[in-house]
Design a binder for this molecule. Sequence first.
Ligand code: CLF
Ligand code: SF4
Length: 523
Amino acid sequence: MQPTASYVNFAYLKSKRSALAVAMDARTQGGCSSQGGAGKSSCGSSDGPEDMPTEIWDKIKNHPCYSEEAHHHFARMHVAVAPACNIQCNYCNRKYDCSNESRPGVVSQKLSPEQAVKKVVAVASEIPQMTVLGIAGPGDSLASPAKTFATFRMLQEQAPDIKLCLSTNGLNLPEMVDEICKYNIDHVTITINMVDPAVGEKIYPWIFWDHRRITGYEASKILHEQQMKGLEMLTTRGVLTKINSVLIPGVNDEHLIEVNKAVKARGAFLHNIMPLISEPEHGTHFGLTGQRGPSAQELKAVQDACMGGANLMRHCRQCRADAVGMLGEDRSDEFTLDKIEAMDVVYDLDKRRQYQEKVETELAAQRQAKADALAAETRQDSTDSLSVLLAVATKGGGRVNEHFGHVTEFQIFEVFANKVHFVGHRRVDQYCQGGYGEDEQLPSVVRAINDCHAVLVAKIGACPRDELKAAGIEPVDSYVDEFIEKAALSWFADYRQRVSTGELEHQPRGDAAIRQGAYTAVA
Ligand code: CLF
Ligand code: SF4
């Protein structure tokens, strides 16, 4: 469904984006640092070891959430050991449990710390590229600190190579910073949706604090103060922090620019602005009261307005609290407790290290090949700021290498005459099912990439080709196996040429829908 009303003031956001970007360009062109973002649109998407201090690179190079590049090669898993929560968010209902559902707060099996560690070791022995264990609920990881830290302690003893990560609403964070540092938890995510309690009142009906339930402005004020204090303390102790913010149209959309500035000032490493998920069937307050999530363009407008502030993460998949595998896939069904009992688990640290070193070597070669390819690409000297969005069908390697019919999520890029930016992912229902195209899926695919001028694919059938053209989206299959950025620049040079000769007229595109609900399992 396309949104019926636009809360997000695009003109205002564009002006904020320009002012911030200019200010940051003037201030620094430096790399990422633990003291906050460095004015880049996406920390991990283009940054490599040469862009940041070694100690930071070592922390993020195989963390799939902190590095866009790493998320194509390394996996994470969550264990659901923290069921309780000490606040209520209007977008959360932890009672909902469906194995096809992918969103935070949802799990199929809650685990004891012992069960959780057993599961992590089993997964790590089967998936050598699984490098990070996160505790992300299904409640708040720091509302059940005994369970959370027992899990980290035991895991550290049994699998010392796995990075530890936790996610929290921040209410109990300041009191837990010592414990976080004691267990070498290098990565902490704080969900911060506001820096003004008047905005917070619309998101948080209550918090549980000092043995009592507090509501209204006071509740959000306490939460805000605890979040800021906790973030500052983590920065001081050298822990990498990521801020998750849920974009709620009409509630905190433009306010997230203030959030971005506030968290950057306190040393946040990354800012992840995510769309609200609010389907009525999830039973959340927002879902039941008709609060909608943002459209793709509304999300992009807010993210773009924050460019120049804290580094932006744009590849989040809003994982379940028991997710297993690469971002964008969920293999938790393969590792249920009964299946783990039947597995022959051998935790071979050397084998894991060798595998990961091999992946890092391949990655470095791929990074170099891409840089060479891009250096060879002729970039247009252009003074105009014309840009368009492209959808790309890829199954990895940074190349255009997937058939249109096999895509379960497109990568979206914004292409200018001489640069290409990663914008995000768009989930779609796979068009080709069992060898045949499902024509009823096509309208939903078109809606998901409706703001794009073209889609780059390895192959596409006649029917989807015609439907895309009818919708004004150009299907392009002439860049098979090329690096995405190189293909995008080359296609856009051709596009501009056709516009300049009058062969076609440049038309702005419409908006696109962010698909909520079930994930289609990655084949
Ligand atoms: Fe998990 Fe979060 Fe750690 Fe990643 S997820 S606790 S930082 S290991 Fe990642 Fe999932 Fe987005 Fe979270 S894609 S929801 S940002
Ligand atoms: Fe749900 Fe997390 Fe909010 Fe608690 S902090 S209510 S678990 S979204």
